[in-house]
Design a protein around this ligand. Structure first.
Ligand code: PGA
Length: 252
């Protein structure tokens, strides 16, 4: 089954509203229309509305970097899935390693966020990945399996079909050390087979988009995207400049 790839720009805590709008206006002009891939722009919350208004192509989508799991209420500083849907998001990142490691998010919190997003009609992009010491201790599959099973606890098969997984080995994020295409492919295959086990449905696993993230750059993107189970990219640093993100979108 042909999976449409998804190339996402995770801007983290970068760009003011005017910088964000200028970026998407330029990028949309420079990238030719795409039929086998989609682009996802994930700005900080403050720029969501303006970027949403500036997006004017059917192959470009808006996403958020995080959410809370309640719909509304006394949760100072939090943003709900319903609000993200209202501002025009289609996707929301959940469980990015920076959320897990800097802000103490647990698999249990991540699971509540995944469920809340699905209830609001949004697609979660569930981020998983091992730390360096876990890889060196031979625990990569074990860690990724736990993150998937706990993050996707009690999700029904139809909802699993709406989820995107991003494999981001923590040791490759922002470090300039990319996983080799073979290392990434090995974990992506494992993720697909774990989703088949969780869902009990081969077609859900085959339709699942699994993105790779961690020091994706213009000079390694083509090799990564040749792997059969890499269905897209979650790009941090190299998504901040129009020219490098454009080259990444135009992987060949
Ligand atoms: P990086 O970040 O591309 O800067 O390594 C990726 C991510 O954290 O999503």
């Amino acid at each position: 089954m042909a999976r449409k790839s998804l190339v996402a720009a995770n801007w983290k805590m970068h760009k003011t509203i005017s910088e964000a709008v200028k970026f998407v206006e330029e990028l949309q002009k420079l990238v030719e229309s795409l039929d086998d891939r989609e682009v996802l722009i994930v700005p900080p919350f403050t720029a969501l509305h303006a970027v949403g208004n500036a997006l004017n192509r059917g192959d470009f989508f808006l996403g958020a970097q995080n959410c809370f799991w309640e719909e509304k209420g006394a949760y100072t500083g939090e943003i709900s899935p319903v609000m993200l849907k209202d501002v025009g998001c289609s996707y929301v990142l959940v469980g990015h390693s920076e959320r897990r490691n800097i802000f103490g998010e647990t698999d249990e919190m991540i699971s509540k966020k995944v469920k809340a997003l699905l209830r609001a009609g949004l697609s979660p992009v569930l981020c998983v990945g091992e730390k360096l010491e876990e890889r060196e201790a031979g625990q990569t599959f074990q860690v990724v399996e736990r993150q998937l099973k706990e993050g996707l606890l009690d999700i029904d098969v139809q909802s699993l079909a709406k989820i995107v997984i991003a494999y981001e080995p923590v040791w490759a994020i922002g470090t300039g050390k990319t996983a080799s295409p073979a290392q990434a492919q090995e974990v992506h295959t494992f993720i697909r087979s774990t989703i088949e086990k969780i869902s009990g449905d081969k077609s859900v696993a085959e339709g699942l988009r699994i993105l790779y993230g961690g020091s994706v750059k213009p000079d390694n993107v083509d090799e990564l995207m040749k792997e059969p189970d890499i269905d897209g990219l979650l790009v941090g640093g190299a998504s901040l400049e129009v020219s490098s993100f454009k080259r990444i979108i135009e992987y060949r």
